[in-house]
Design a protein around this ligand. Structure first.
Ligand SMILES: [Zn+2]
Length: 266
């Protein structure tokens, strides 16, 4: 996509985010990877509902400004995602009310209750609180970026990312819609989880159809807890995830092996 089209699309998505109540005041930010080391991003201190194409900032992948517009300090979160995920070209950060309510309550959006969400978004884990504009925030995201397409930022907001601007926005929208449904279902007595074989089928379909890769199988994911499907996270990430208070799940085989090891040590 050329720069002019990207600028136009960022303005359009900013307006959608504002109109849908995903951001207020100058909250949130949107960015797009224009080139290998070139990022187009919304500037700091601007309402996402009232942007024009000419106000966008340009930076490199380290955050060095490449024009006279200043980006928000939250750009570091975007840059981390671009550096870790070559398949990602767009990032949307917002303070969506229902998604952020989960993040403020210290909850992940990871109950296997909606088939479409398992298919297209995957679970959305909660990342530990980090002071915005410091490396605390990016450090707490690091263990999760590779295996998820959207994250909850504890006591702050959410971030969603995709191969292009529309996919990033769609994922943000799906996240918020899911959070809203989950809250409403709770009022009605609680949502029913999908059964194990249904979750396994959905995970297999999404990989076959190319909606999500095997990288989306994650131990911080609440879906796998209900299945025999194995996670592809390495041991190092699991430890980091655990220290951040993420929910860790094991397959039956892994659990048996762990118990056997514990018995041997004891
Ligand atoms: Zn924010």
């Amino acid at each position: 996509m050329d720069e002019q089209t990207a600028r136009k699309l960022i303005v359009e998505i900013g307006k959608l985010m504002y109109d849908k109540g995903y951001v207020t005041s100058s909250d949130g930010n949107i960015s797009y990877r224009l080139g290998e080391n070139l990022i187009l991003a919304t500037p700091t201190q601007v309402s996402k509902g009232r942007m024009t194409e000419d106000i966008m900032a340009l930076t490199d992948l380290e955050g060095k400004p490449l024009n006279d517009r200043r980006v928000s300090s939250e750009i570091q979160m975007h840059l981390l995602i671009y550096r870790m995920r070559p398949d990602i070209n767009a990032v949307c950060h917002a303070h969506v009310p229902h998604g952020t309510a989960f993040a403020a309550a210290g909850l992940s959006i990871d109950a296997p209750i909606l088939s479409e969400v398992i298919l297209t978004l995957g679970c959305v884990p909660l990342t530990a609180y980090g002071t915005p504009s410091t490396s605390e925030l990016t450090d707490s995201l690091k263990p999760y970026v590779e295996h998820h397409n959207a994250l909850l930022l504890e006591n702050h907001g959410v971030v969603a990312y995709g191969k292009d601007l529309w996919q990033a926005f769609d994922r943000l929208e799906t996240l918020e819609h899911t959070a809203k449904i989950a809250i409403l279902a709770k009022i009605l007595g609680g949502a029913n989880d999908l059964p194990k074989d249904a979750i396994e089928k959905l995970i297999n379909i999404r990989e076959k159809a190319g909606y999500l890769t095997e990288a989306a199988r994650c131990q911080a994911c609440g879906y796998l807890e209900h299945t025999d499907i194995k996670c592809s996270l390495d041991a190092e990430s699991v430890n980091i995830g655990n220290s951040n208070g993420a929910k860790i799940s094991f397959t039956r085989e892994e659990l048996i092996e762990l118990l056997a090891q514990a018995a041997n040590i004891g």
